[in-house]
Design a protein around this ligand. Sequence first.
Ligand SMILES: *[C@@H]1O[C@H](CO)[C@@H](O)[C@H](O)[C@H]1NC(C)=O
Ligand SMILES: *[C@@H]1O[C@H](CO)[C@@H](O)[C@H](O)[C@H]1NC(C)=O
Ligand SMILES: *[C@@H]1O[C@H](CO)[C@@H](O)[C@H](O)[C@H]1NC(C)=O
Length: 444
Amino acid sequence: MSLSPKLFIFISFLSFTISISIAQTSFKPKALVLPISQDTSSSTTQYITQIKQRTPLVPIKLTLDLGGGHFWVNCEKTNYISSTSKPILCTSSQCSLFGSHGCSAEKICGRSPSNTVTGVSTYGDIHSDIVSIHSTNGNYSTRAVSVPNFLFICGSKVLQNALPKGVTGMAGLGRTKVSFPSQLSSAFSFKNKFAICLSSSSSSFPNSNGVLFFGDGPYKLNNDVSKVLTFTPLITNPISTAPSSFLGEKSSEYFIGVKSIRVSDKNVKLNTTLLSINQKGFGGTKISTVNPYTVMETSIYKAVVKAFVKELGVPTVAPVAPFGTCFASKDISFSPMGPGVPGIDLVLQNEKVKWSIIGANSMVSVENNDVICLGFVDAGSYGAKADQVGFVVGGSQPMTAITIGAHQLENNLLQFDLDNSRLGFSSLFLEHDNCVNFNFTSSA
Ligand SMILES: *[C@@H]1O[C@H](CO)[C@@H](O)[C@H](O)[C@H]1NC(C)=O
Ligand SMILES: *[C@@H]1O[C@H](CO)[C@@H](O)[C@H](O)[C@H]1NC(C)=O
Ligand SMILES: *[C@@H]1O[C@H](CO)[C@@H](O)[C@H](O)[C@H]1NC(C)=O
């Protein structure tokens, strides 16, 4: 089926007009839903989502940035055509939501958007425009709803470097008043909660292989996975960890309180001072969707590897970058739950609350599956290859001791509850469920 461009624009315009009037009159969604897909078109492994924005509405692809404070999109003229885009003035209340900010000669509010993959920041004007997203009843996706004055920072071509082909911005889901989830929850007055479920199997839009929910559950995959969560407090790092920030700004990233690490239920001896955040904002454990793999400060990495190799009891082989610890696949047993390797537990607020990393999340197959590596990266060994691990504040003294990366998040449901400052998590492997199971077949 093909529509003439004019007709297509007319139809989009019509549906957009209808959805606005709906949003403004009766229908108030309790939750919204977006597909997530892992990029396979280029060499990145970034997770991307797609929303509709502007008038007429166009689909735009964005890299998901869990800890990113802002939503930015390339607004350079040829890339951005919309009759509803409005600059935000420096004197407006929307401008003050961005905290410290700049002001252009034209009195337009601005801030630095950052590409957290490359660490590059530029300066950009803040605008508002309409965005359209599908709502959900928790069981499947329902009608599209619009936010007429969604705020975003204007990015540029240079800021897009290292993002996948066709991706023109980043959707920051971090802890700010203007992040993607915060704006949606205030637009529709639903709970300031969102959940991500990343999948490793690839497929492209409109098919999806993972899901992002805004608002509270149910989150129905095979089962309602909002019911199977374990909770741990979210911790605030008082010092910004972003590539660009103002003095005194808190980090917009999500930190959790890992107290110790266990391999095969045995405590790994490590310098626990590194696990807490000090006054300079160093140390602690955060969660990132832009780091493909978990990155650990060198002494922690070495201690975990030593325990893991000992417990696994098979010889290591020549490592394959960016990993430092690899094995011959023939020496490892495989089951539907993934490679049979020692479990790695991140012990949280008490001995009973653990984030368990099973083989499917800890191991990565490389070299035509002949070699399988522990999917953790030593922060100290990748200075020159920082891009490969998406690690920008690196060196052997990374600002954050442990960054839990995307491979370790796959097929885990993570719910970020900002109202109660807690993280709910669950490994769907253990629930016999999968992030691909949400029904995106819209009923409207
Ligand atoms: C969602 O599914 C559950 C279980 O199948 C059912 O009880 C509930 O009524 C459904 N809710 C909606 C809004 O369709
Ligand atoms: C533990 O780490 C802290 C912070 O880097 C450091 O100051 C301290 O010397 C370390 N302790 C030991 C025993 O290595
Ligand atoms: C998905 O949801 C639609 C309603 O939007 C329903 O008609 C369809 O049967 C559902 N598909 C599956 C596989 O449950």
